[in-house]
Structure formats: structure tokens, C-alpha cells
Design a protein around this ligand. Structure first.
Ligand SMILES: C[C@H](O)[C@H](C)C(=O)SCCNC(=O)CCNC(=O)[C@H](O)C(C)(C)COP(=O)([O-])OP(=O)([O-])OC[C@H]1O[C@@H](n2cnc3c(N)ncnc32)[C@H](O)[C@@H]1OP(=O)([O-])[O-]
Length: 718
């Protein structure tokens, strides 16, 4: 709702009240309309101030209402009521003015912002566009290029930049509401003709067509199939080419196209999914709201390779005191240089103070004795990690958390090397660790709720989106990836090429296809894991070469590694690069020849494989493993898996995530297609639909937010 009061005798104060971000729910909109009419009707009131409760102006339309039938007064007439007002209306912007919140402010005649406020049009991140006049008013106020930038990127601007752009009239370090009241008194009775933005002519810079052409090219390059950015460009174009009223009609048309699109539903699902994962729970009943984290001031990192350095930087930037340990002198000095460089670049990019003084380097593990939390990031070898955990258990102070950055080894096996297995959890960062937002917090059967809560909180403080997952081979992300990779290899055996498979996945929305990603991360990484799992064998011909444990296996990746083709780092992998470390993938005729020889050797006949088969086999097996993970209780809900895949594996956000995508495709369709391929490939267990998937498909594809009810049923009933 919106609360009305009178201040300083002549100023009507309208306060939005809808915690936590004063979103424009039906009740708030009704409140604004009612209180505006009251302020305009009271003769003593000479001017009006609109502000938000709790130091936040407004977070925009209430996204929770998007799924429901529209109630209450619509937004557009509400902003028109304010702009047309006969008394000056001043927006007092504290905290945030985003989306519909900024549109509300732009309908006011003046805007006063606190210096710490952030303003912006993030609708594009929800698959939408500013639908209450933002695409028509902003270009009139700040010009076309700036409006295109803010609306197509959705980025938040500081109050200082908003002042510079002309969005706000004043920025104050003091209380913005008090400043707005004083300002409102100072403009009472003044003409408002020049303050109604919708009446402004829209600037037409000479190179207008070039500006829009560039903007459209830019969004096509960066949107990877998302439709909202391009539609935003069209809406701003209407502001330049049409009179305001016609432009508003065009904005409304384009808005409803987006609002009813699957992409908007996927992005809004993802908005809430990324917030839901912070309300974590574990398979043995520990929960976010009943588990108290331990205080962590001093952290330590053991092993300063690529991951260790990134983790050290991220901890220091988050304000932790860090002890960084590398037992080899030479590697230690190289690591120091690497970390300093990353800190300097980070400080410059984010305009924050350098955190050099936060880090102490040492060659001795002893140096971590008084750390509250230690993250082991040594070479991905179980024997080596066990030794480190034995050392840490002997050295560290009682109660210190011992964490490992392993990307898939058994957490509980490492915990058994210590005296306090309840204090052992996995903190699986993603490369580069100081950039990637995702953190898998992996709990073992003996990890205590406090240990999980502490790791989750440290992750949040590092600016990570932390997802709590159970201990199993590959955890969630890599376990599902195994199925995806396996199908990609099988498709090559059956006639596809790496570039064909990658093109299908990139058209789906992945930044890079599976084979380009494999070349980037290095084929030898997977090879080492397959060796550790006993999958790599010398036999190169005959059936045994392509069977492991009774199931189909493709040695293609192993054979490339045996030839030293590790990808970008060796200049050759699934593609060729101009030199070792090259980044631009080029189709490699050698690999086509190698695949033909391989098929001939194994009596395989290449066949034409279409787009649909590539997509279904790669994505549906990954999704199926996701259901198996939910069934096993390794992830608590579909949101956990979707956030992991969007933030850690490049799943296109406008597709919501693998589990949301499955709910859009239809679970019965996913089951039917998996069974179709399983009939053709009975020796591929990953094509066997999981019980949970079958169960949900059988009960008419319940909406994704209903899956947890089914998942939480006792396993025997699944
Ligand atoms: C016509 C018009 O043009 C169109 C159509 C629109 O206007 S479309 C809407 C455009 N507006 C947006 O895109 C802004 C979206 N929100 C944010 O970017 C951030 O929330 C934030 C404002 C920068 C605060 O970040 P935070 O980190 O401090 O807290 P939080 O954890 O994120 O959020 C705290 C709690 O508030 C909830 N919440 C935040 N914004 C919300 C919103 N607009 N509607 C409903 N709930 C919202 C959120 O789910 C969480 O709930 P819970 O999990 O606690 O139950």
C-alpha cells in the first residue's frame, strides 16, 4: 500500500509500503492513485513528495504478480496521473529506483536521489522491457544512445551517473526525503510545462539510423537467442519515430509480446530460483533457518595454482584476512605476482581499494594453524589431498572448518582423514574463481549443519551464489555433464562432426558448444578423471574398446589425448588453433579423417544426424541425470540444479535452466524421446528415464514449483 501524510504544512507525502523493496503491487498502485487524488484535492497542499519505506524508493513492478490475473489500477494511467498533476511532484530516491520504480520517478516532475542510490531498467533481465513509459520517456530525457544502453543492458547506474545523464535533478549525501521536501517547497506554484517528460521532443542525432543499426547488431551478438534486447531497441525506436501516444501503444504491443513469451517465464523463474537456493536444506534435514554459521575472519588457501590464486583473490576482495600457502618457493613467488595482478585489475575495474594487505604468503602449512576456515586447492589427486587433510587436521585449531575445492572427489573419504569429519565440506569454485559467481557447497553424511551454514555464508560474503549439494561423484554439475559429454562423443561415432554438434548447442543459446568448451578447459582434465575411474584402456579395436562395465563407452576423447591433442593449450583438440593457447577454433580436416578411420575400424557407418537428435540426446540425458540427482536427494530442488547450470555451465538463462526447460518441453515428451533413443541404444544407461522423471510425467507434468512435494515423498514411494 501507500501511506499519506502532510509534512512542513504544505507538502503531501506519499510513502510506498511493500517490504522488502516496495514493489508496485496492486495494493501499492491503488494506494498511489488514492493518495495522489487526496494530495491534489487538499488546497493546503502545494506540492507532493513520493518516497519509499525503509530507505528503498521502489524495486519496480511486483514480479510475484506476473503469474496471476492483473488486479488493481494499471501502471500506465497511474504514471499519467502523476505527470499530469497540477502540483509539482518530487521523487525522493533512496536505495533503489528500478524498472517500474524508475518509470514512477520519471513521471514525477523532479527527482532527488541519495548518493548511494542505484537506478536502472533491469526489465530485459526478466525477458521484458520497461512497459510503463520508460522506453518513451527515457530517450526524451537522456537522448537515444544513453537510453538504448540502459534499457538493452539493464545495468544499474549510480546516482552520480544518473545526475550526469540528467535522470535526476539533485544528488544528496543527506536524507533524500528531507531534501525532497525542501525542494518541493521551493518549486511550489512554479509552472510544470517544462517538467512533463512525455511532452519533450525526442532528440534525433544526425546518425540516428547508424545508432539503431549498431544497437541491433550489438544485441544480436550478445543476446544468444534472447528476444528481449532486440525488442527493447524496437521500443526505443518508436520513441524517435512516433508521437508519444503512438509510441506508448507500440511499447504496449511489444511489452505484451515479451510478457507472454516462454523466455520471460524462464527468466522470471530464474530470478526467484537464484534467491531460493539461499534457503538451503540438506538430505539429513539441516536447514538455512535452523543452522547457525560460525564466525570466519581469517581464511587460508592451500595450493596456489590457477584455482588457489582465484580463491585467494576472491577472499581478500571480500575482506577476509587470508593466509596463502604454496610449499614450492618458485610457485609461491609466481603465485604472489599472479594474485597481485588480479587484485590490481579487480580494484581498477570495481573502483575499490587494493586488498594486498589482506594476504600473508607462506611456504609452510603451519601458517594456517589459527585460521577459522581452510580451503584446500591442491592438484586433483585423492592421495595428495588425503595427505593435506591429515596435516590440516593435526595443525588447525579446534573448530576450524576444513574445505576442499575438489571438483568431484569423495568429500567423506577426505573427512575420514581428520579428527573432526563434521567440520569438512566441499567448496567447489568454478574457473576463474575470482570471476565465476557459482559455488557448490558440498556436504558429506557427517558434515555438521554449522559447517554447511558457514561455507554458505562465506560464499555469500565472497559475492558468490552458493548452492548446497550432497556428496557424490561429480556432485551436481559435473555428474550431469558426464551424460551430456557422453552423448556428444556417441554422436561423433554415428556420423556427426564437432562443429555440427556445437552449432546446434550454440543456436540453443550456449555461449560455446560442448567441443569448444572441452578444448577450452583441456581434454586432459576429463581424461584424468576417466583414468581415475578405470575407464581408459589400451584396447583400441573390437567391441571391448567401446564397452565398459557392460555399457557403451566412446574412447574418442582418450584417443585424442594419447595423440597430445589437449585442446587450446596444445593448439589442437576437437578443433585446430593457430598456435598453442590460441582462442579461435577452426574446423580441422585431420579430425574428420580421424573420425572416418575410427568408424571404419569399429565397423560404424556414418549417418545423417539432424538438429533435433543432437539437442535431445545431449540435453535430455543431462536433464534425466538431474532427475536422478533429485531422486537421490543430492540436490533439494530443481532450482538448485538450474542455478548451477546457468551460472556454472553456460546454460542460457532465457531457457531457465535444464529442469525448467524440461518442464516447458513437457516431462512426458522427455520420457518419450529418451525411450525412443534407448530402444536404438539399449547399451546406454543414461537414456533410461529415471523413476522420478517417470513419476512426474505420469502425474500430468505438475508445475515445477510443485516438484518438491513429490521429491520429498519417501524414496520408496517414488
Ligand atoms: C512495468 C515495468 O516496467 C516492469 C514490468 C517492471 O518493473 S519489472 C521489475 C523490474 N525490477 C527488477 O527487475 C528488480 C528486481 N529486483 C532486484 O534486482 C533485486 O531484488 C534488488 C531490488 C536490487 C534488491 O537486491 P537484494 O540483493 O538486496 O535483495 P534480493 O534478495 O534480490 O530481494 C529481496 C527480496 O525481494 C524480492 N524482490 C525483489 N524485487 C522484487 C520485485 N520487483 N517484485 C517482487 N519481489 C521482489 C526478492 O524475490 C527477495 O525475496 P525473498 O527471496 O527474500 O523472498
Amino acid at each position: 500500500m501507500a501511506f499519506y501524510s502532510r509534512v512542513s504544512g504544505s507538502v503531501g507525502m506519499i510513502t510506498l509500503q511493500n517490504p522488502p523493496v516496495n514493489a508496485l503491487s496492486a495494493a501499492v498502485r491503488q494506494g498511489i492513485v488514492d493518495t495522489m487524488h487526496r494530495a491534489l484535492s487538499e488546497p493546503e497542499v502545494k506540492s507532493v513528495v513520493i518516497c519509499g519505506q525503509n530507505g528503498k524508493f521502489c524495486g519496480g513492478a511486483d514480479i510475484r504478480e506476473f503469474g496471476a490475473t492483473m488486479a488493481g489500477p494499471p501502471l500506465v494511467p497511474m504514471v499519467h496521473l502523476i505527470e499530469a498533476a497540477s502540483k509539482p511532484v518530487v521523487a525522493a530516491i533512496e536505495g533503489i529506483a528500478l524498472g517500474g520504480g524508475l518509470e514512477l520517478a520519471l513521471s514525477c516532475h523532479y527527482r532527488i536521489a541519495h548518493s548511494k542510490a542505484r537506478l536502472g531498467f533491469p526489465e530485459v533481465a526478466l525477458g521484458l522491457l520497461p512497459g510503463a513509459g520508460g522506453t518513451q520517456r527515457l530517450p526524451r530525457l537522456v537522448g537515444v544512445p544513453a537510453a538504448l544502453d540502459l534499457i538493452t543492458t539493464g545495468r544499474h547506474v549510480t546516482a552520480a551517473e544518473a545526475r550526469q545523464l540528467g535522470i535526476v535533478d539533485e544528488v544528496t549525501e543527506l536524507n533524500a526525503v528531507d531534501a525532497a521536501v525542501k525542494f518541493a517547497q521551493s518549486v511550489a506554484g512554479k509552472s510544470l510545462d517544462a517538467r512533463r517528460i512525455s511532452t519533450y521532443p525526442c532528440p534525433r542525432p544526425p546518425d540516428l539510423d547508424a545508432i539503431f543499426e549498431r544497437a541491433m547488431q550489438q544485441v544480436r551478438r550478445s543476446s544468444r537467442g534472447a528476444i528481449a534486447p532486440g525488442t527493447c531497441v524496437q521500443a526505443v525506436h518508436a520513441a524517435v519515430t512516433l508521437p508519444y501516444a503512438k509510441g506508448m501503444e507500440r511499447e504496449r504491443e511489444l511489452f505484451s509480446v515479451l510478457f507472454n513469451s516462454g523466455q520471460a517465464r524462464a527468466l522470471q523463474y530464474y530470478f526467484f530460483a537464484q534467491r531460493a537456493v539461499s534457503r538451503w536444506s540438506t538430505a539429513n534435514g539441516a536447514r538455512w533457518d535452523t543452522s547457525k554459521p560460525r564466525p570466519v575472519r581469517k581464511a587460508a588457501v592451500i595450493g596456489l595454482g590457477t584455482m588457489g590464486r582465484g580463491i585467494t583473490v576472491s577472499l581478500a576482495q571480500a575482506g577476509f584476512t587470508v593466509v596463502a600457502v604454496e610449499t614450492q618457493e618458485k610457485q609461491l613467488s609466481e603465485a604472489k605476482q599472479g594474485v597481485s595482478g588480479m587484485l590490481e585489475r579487480g580494484a581498477k575495474r570495481r573502483g575499490v581499494p587494493l586488498a594486498h594487505d589482506k594476504i600473508k604468503y607462506s611456504c609452510s602449512v603451519q601458517a594456517v594453524a589459527d585460521a577459522d576456515l581452510v580451503i584446500e586447492a591442491v592438484f586433483e589427486d585423492m592421495a595428495l589431498k588425503k595427505t593435506v587433510f591429515q596435516q590440516l587436521s593435526a595443525i588447525c585449531k579446534p573448530g576450524a572448518l576444513l574445505c576442499t575445492n575438489t571438483s568431484g572427489l569423495d568429500i567423506d573419504e577426505l573427512a575420514s582423514q581428520t579428527q573432526s569429519p563434521e567440520l569438512v565440506v566441499g567448496m567447489h569454485f568454478f574457473a576463474p574463481a575470482h570471476v565465476m559467481q557459482l559455488l557448490e557447497v558440498v556436504y558429506g553424511p557427517r558434515s555438521s549443519p554449522e559447517a554447511v551454514a558457514t561455507a554458505m555464508q562465506v560464499g555469500k560474503k565472497m559475492g558468490k551464489v552458493s548452492v548446497a549439494v550432497g556428496n557424490c561423484r561429480g556432485f551436481v554439475g559435473n555428474r550431469m555433464l558426464k551424460q551430456y559429454l557422453e552423448q556428444a562423443f556417441f554422436l561423433l561415432e554415428e556420423g556427426a562432426t564437432p562443429e555440427q554438434v556445437d552449432q546446434v548447442l550454440e543456436e540453443f543459446g550456449f555461449a560455446m558448444g560442448v567441443f569448444k568448451v572441452s578444448d577450452l578447459s583441456g581434454l586432459d582434465v576429463g581424461w584424468k578423471v576417466r583414468k581415475a575411474d578405470g575407464l581408459v584402456s589400451p584396447a583400441s579395436t573390437g567391441t571391448s574398446a567401446r564397452i565398459r562395465g557392460g555399457s557403451r563407452y566412446s574412447p574418442l576423447g582418450d584417443l585424442l589425448c594419447e595423440r597430445g591433442r589437449f585442446g587450446q593449450k596444445t593448439g589442437k583438440g576437437w578443433y585446430q588453433y593457430d598456435k598453442p593457447g590460441g582462442r579461435v577454433a577452426k574446423v580441422d580436416p585431420w579430425l574428420h579423417g580421424f573420425l572416418e578411420d575410427y568408424r571404419a575400424q569399429h565397423g560404424l557407418v556414418a549417418r545423417r544426424i539432424d538438429h533435433q537428435e543432437v539437442l535431445e540426446r545431449c540435453l535430455y540425458t543431462l536433464i534425466n541425470e538431474g532427475f536422478q540427482i533429485l531422486q537421490d536427494g543430492i540436490a533439494a530442488g530443481p532450482e538448485d540444479i538450474d542455478v548451477i547450470y546457468v551460472l556454472g555451465y553456460g546454460w542460457p538463462r532465457h531457457r531457465g535452466g535444464p529442469m525448467f526447460y524440461a518442464s516447458q518441453v513437457g516431462l512426458d515428451k522427455v520420457v518419450e524421446r529418451l525411450e525412443h533413443y534407448q530402444q536404438i541404444h539399449p547399451d546406454v544407461p543414461g537414456l533410461q528415464p529415471s523413476r522420478l522423471l517417470r513419476k512426474l510425467a505420469a502425474i500430468n507434468n505438475p508445475a515445477i514449483h510443485k516438484w518438491r512435494e513429490v521429491i520429498q515423498k519417501p524414496r520408496s514411494q517414488l
